[in-house]
Each structure stands twice: as structure tokens, then as C-alpha cells.
Design a protein around this ligand. Structure first.
Ligand SMILES: C[S@@+](CC[C@H](N)C(=O)[O-])C[C@H]1O[C@@H](n2cnc3c(N)ncnc32)[C@H](O)[C@@H]1O
Length: 300
């Protein structure tokens, strides 16, 4: 390998070899993965790679690149190797202690902001939301992507971000500092809404929702590298929703909004938990793949 690396130190050649190895290892999106790893090692962006195909790369950088390619070929997610993932237009630190933020989770933020805006309109207030006076909870914060995304959109809101994993909270806390919202996002370690004060305006959650029975069908990147506590909701997958909805009912103020991300087949089990005596304006939003992904409701 060292000899090969020394001979092949042009950007174009390195990229070609990296792509080839990832393709042989059946890595999904192998071209993008190789590009991201080379960009990461060189501290450049993707445009630079294609604008400088004949640029010589140092031996050290070439070796670092091939070491990452080997780890990626072995199943480690690209985001664990680069330690980052973009979400809601922001860059988040990602480690094996947190779920890698997924694009479909952005719908949780979209629905939450829409619902808050509609509530303002109904109350006859102007549509621009600063979040002034709003108390929000994100249950199962992981990397903090939802809580921090909301904190950026609502610069005057206070947000409680809970997680049962202290390792995840440490990552979320660093992400909050990176994005300048650490003074408004309060991190709490505990089960679901433990320690969160009542009279919330909004509660959001992307809980673990994969069924234990589906473990063998997951991609190795997910099954072998993402935290089990972030993935599995129980034998069926949707077990956590009953407690989440019951606790939301006691923590939200009248007119408070609940927004939950759903697993690909959770809707039939979860929607009936929104008892008509406690909840109104129930709505379901599909993700870009047409899967019912977000369930929202308003506390009566
Ligand atoms: C699916 S991940 C979501 C992470 C992040 N909110 C996101 O959307 O990427 C679920 C998170 O819930 C946390 N979690 C699991 N069980 C929990 C519980 N009973 N109470 C609080 N958090 C829990 C996990 O540690 C994990 O960080």
C-alpha cells in the first residue's frame, strides 16, 4: 500500500482508487463517500477536488485518506470518520455516541415552526416568530440537531433538551456552544421529560423507533455503529410513544403543540394514542419518500 500511495499522489488518482475500493466493498454512495473523505483529509471542499485533479497530495495525507477508505469499506459511517453531518443548514459534530442526524428529521422542525406560526396568526399576532416567552422541550436530543435548529430559528425561546445518554448530551452541549445557543438550550439527563418544567408551548421528539426484530435488516453502518439506545424502541419499535404522549399531555399548556417523528410503519400504532379528549388538530406529514413521518397535535 505504501508503495502504491507514493506512486499515486495526484488528487484524481487518489479519488479514483478510493472510489474503486468503496465500490468493491459495496459501500452505498461510494463516490460521494470517497469525495467527502478526501475533502476531509485535505481540508478543502468538493469543488476544489474537481478543479485541481493534478494537484500533488503529501504522502501523509494520502496515507490518512487510504486509512479512512479502509475503515469506510469496513462499514464505519462516513460521518464517524469526518465527525460531522449537516442538518438544517448547520454543521453538527457527530460521534458514535449519537444518532447521525437524518434529512427526514428536518420535517419535525418544519412542522413545529408551521404550527407555531399558525398559532400566532390565530391569536392575531404577527407571523414573524422570535420565540419570545416560548418554552420548548426536545426529548431524546442526541446530537442536539432539533433543539439547536429550533433555537436558531427562535432566537428568544428557551429549550429543554433531554436525553437518557450522558455521552450524547456531551456532544449536544458542544454543538450548542458551536452554534452560539448554549445559553438558551438547557440539557437534562433523564428518562423522557424528567426534570422538564410543565406549561410547555411545544414538545418535539424523534424517539428511538426501530423494532428489535428489524435489526437484521438494517444496514451494517446503522446496526453496528449507531447507538442501540438511539435506534430501538422495543420489540415492536413504537413502545416509547405511549409514555411520550402521556407525559406530553401533562407538560404542554392548553394549545401547546406536540410534534413527533414516526418510524416507517408506526402511524397505525401511534395515532390512536392521541385521545380525542386531550388532543385536537391532529395532522400527519409525509417525508419526501411518501412515508408518514411526522405526527403533530395540539393539547386541548
Ligand atoms: C432517534 S435518536 C434522536 C436523536 C436526535 N434528536 C435526532 O433527531 O437526530 C433518539 C435519542 O433518544 C435518546 N433516548 C432513548 N431513550 C430515551 C429515554 N427513555 N429518555 C430520553 N431519551 C432517550 C437516545 O439516547 C437518543 O439520543
Amino acid at each position: 500500500m505504501a508503495e502504491q500511495v507514493l506512486q499515486e499522489r495526484y488528487v484524481r488518482a487518489l479519488l479514483k482508487q478510493g472510489i474503486g475500493r468503496l465500490r468493491e466493498a459495496h459501500v452505498p454512495s461510494f463516490t460521494l463517500a470517497a469525495e467527502l473523505l478526501l475533502v476531509h483529509v485535505l481540508g478543502r471542499d468538493r469543488t476544489w477536488l474537481y478543479a485541481h485533479p493534478e494537484e500533488q497530495v503529501s504522502t501523509g495525507d494520502a496515507e490518512r485518506f487510504f486509512a479512512l477508505i479502509a475503515r469506510r469499506a469496513n462499514g464505519e459511517p462516513t460521518q464517524h470518520l469526518t465527525r460531522k453531518q449537516e442538518f438544517w443548514g448547520l454543521e453538527f459534530e457527530v460521534t458514535p455516541d449519537v444518532l447521525i442526524p437524518r434529512p427526514e428529521t428536518e420535517h419535525v422542525i418544519e412542522v413545529a415552526l408551521d404550527r407555531l406560526a399558525v398559532r400566532e396568526l390565530r391569536a392575531g399576532r404577527k407571523r414573524t416568530l422570535t420565540g419570545e416567552g416560548l418554552q420548548i422541550a426536545d426529548v431524546g436530543a442526541g446530537s442536539g440537531c432539533i433543539a439547536i435548529g429550533l433555537a436558531k430559528e427562535l432566537p428568544q425561546a428557551t429549550i429543554f433538551a433531554t436525553d437518557i445518554s450522558s455521552a450524547a448530551l456531551a456532544v449536544a452541549c458542544r454543538n450548542a456552544m458551536r452554534h452560539g445557543v448554549a445559553d438558551r438550550v438547557r440539557f437534562l439527563k433523564g428518562n423522557l421529560l424528567d426534570g422538564v418544567p410543565p406549561l410547555l408551548d411545544l414538545m418535539v421528539s424523534n424517539p428511538p423507533y426501530i423494532s428489535r426484530r428489524e435489526a437484521s435488516t438494517l444496514m451494517r453502518e446503522v446496526r453496528d455503529h449507531e447507538p442501540e439506545i438511539a435506534l430501538y424502541g422495543g420489540e415492536e419499535g413504537y413502545e416509547l410513544y405511549a409514555d411520550l404522549i402521556a407525559q406530553a399531555a401533562t407538560h404542554l399548556k392548553p394549545g401547546g403543540i406536540l410534534v413527533l417523528e414516526l418510524g416507517h410503519n408506526s402511524l397505525p400504532a401511534v395515532q390512536p394514542l392521541l385521545d380525542v379528549s386531550a388532543w385536537t388538530n391532529v395532522g400527519v406529514t409525509n417525508d419526501l419518500a411518501g412515508i408518514p413521518r411526522v405526527l403533530a397535535a395540539e393539547r386541548l
